[in-house]
Design a protein around this ligand. Structure first.
Ligand SMILES: *Cc1c(COP(=O)(O)O)cnc(C)c1O
Length: 376
């Protein structure tokens, strides 16, 4: 068996090579490299796919979060609550803008922020909540929106890992991840569920006025050419990336279905195993499996990693260090032990290969290798 990667972008590309190559060539022929029709088409098609009023393309997912906070006019000293169990970008932009990141713990079964922990962290300085839809499943948005409403807080959804995920309300109605809060941020990093061939990102909002402000911020704070009313940034999605995304958006549902199929295979192989907890499928969300993440019990997680590596099976720990224990974010407000669930997860989770091209032979090889280690 040849090595199994976390993500196989090459086999995915080979299937759409004709379409992608000609879409890129079209951009080159037109020389509309920046703000070309491909970007406008992506914004319109993605807005339609998500059923949201506005999609504003930008340079990457980190910028999508930062620009959201800038457009919402969050000010130094404002407190922004987010989870300690996420990719660093979520807290990084809060810190960069001089806002105060307030970290809270997650629920062990879904890896997502615990609404009660958010409630406990609210102070008079709290201005916003940034729930992260980790690994492709929505945080408990109904509870979070209720807290936000009660305390008059903005909600910025970090939907970078959850494009195509649906939030399911108690009454059965559904909304796409990222379209519930004031804004939603997504990333088109190549390995994301909808990935381009470089960097890219987008912000979603149903608020048309806010969309206007987002467009001003991403474009140097400029509403009228060379008149700068705000301090903005330069954050653009270039037309070639948009052209790639326009091809891939058509396949997004199929891609997510392929991921779910692989997840089902993993679930079945590991169900009821005494050393492995399969990822919970929350009632309030569909799952697009950006990652397939197991919690290990009573086995040496790092040993399992080595065992898989020895068989040519890539694997990863998302995330090995919770944010409150990251060197750059060490803060007298927090100490080891403050967020026991995050800390436990960082020591026990393992993510297996997850992508659109996994076949049964590979899945059989991976699951056998995992079980071989766990059963010994
Ligand atoms: C990928 C990711 C980001 C950042 O996206 P980039 O495009 O890499 O800047 C932010 N938050 C989460 C949860 C992510 O997974």
């Amino acid at each position: 068996m040849r090595e199994i990667q976390m993500v196989d972008l090459k086999r995915q590309y080979e299937k759409i090579k004709g379409e992608v190559d000609s879409a890129i060539q079209e951009v080159i022929d037109s020389t509309t490299f920046i703000k070309g029709p491909a970007v406008k088409k992506l914004e319109a098609d993605l807005a339609q796919y998500l059923d949201v009023n506005n999609v504003v393309a930008c340079g990457n997912g980190t910028d999508a979060l930062q620009v959201s906070m800038m457009a919402l006019d969050l000010k130094p000293g404002d407190e922004v609550i987010t989870t300690s169990f996420t990719f660093i970008a979520t807290a990084e932009v809060i810190a960069l803008l001089g806002l105060t990141p307030v970290l809270v713990d997650v629920k062990e079964d879904t890896f997502n922020v615990d609404p009660q922990a958010i409630r406990n962290a609210i102070t008079p300085k709290t201005k916003a909540i940034v729930p992260v839809h980790l690994f492709g499943q929505c945080a408990d948005m109904e509870a979070i929106m209720e807290i936000a409403k009660e305390h008059n807080l903005y909600v910025i959804e970090d939907a970078c890992q959850a494009i195509g995920t649906e939030y399911i309300y108690k009454d059965g109605s559904r909304k796409m991840a990222g379209t519930i809060g004031d804004t939603g941020a997504t990333s088109f990093f190549p390995s994301k569920n909808l990935g381009c061939y470089g960097d890219g990102g987008a912000i979603y909002t149903n608020n048309n006025e806010l969309a206007q402000q987002l467009r001003v911020v991403v474009n140097h704070g400029m509403a009228r050419r060379y008149y700068h009313d705000y301090v903005g940034v330069n954050s653009r999605l270039d037309s070639m990336q948009a052209a790639v995304l326009n091809v891939k958006l058509k396949y997004l549902d199929q891609y997510n279905a392929n991921r779910r199929k692989a997840a089902d295979y993993y679930d079945k192989a590991f169900e009821n195993h005494p050393s492995l907890i399969t990822p919970k499928r929350a009632e309030h969300s569909t799952h697009v499996f950006h990652q397939y993440t197991l919690i290990t019990k009573n086995i040496d997680r790092d040993g399992l990693q080595e065992h898989l590596k020895g068989k040519g099976i890539a694997n990863a720990v998302y995330y090995p260090v919770p944010l409150h224990m990251q060197k750059a974010y060490i803060d007298p407000r927090y100490k080891e032990g403050d967020f026991p669930v995050c800390e436990k997860l960082s020591k026990t989770v393992i993510s297996l290969p997850m992508h659109t091209e996994l076949d049964e032979e590979q899945l059989e090889f991976i699951t056998s290798a995992v079980l071989e280690y766990c059963n010994k």
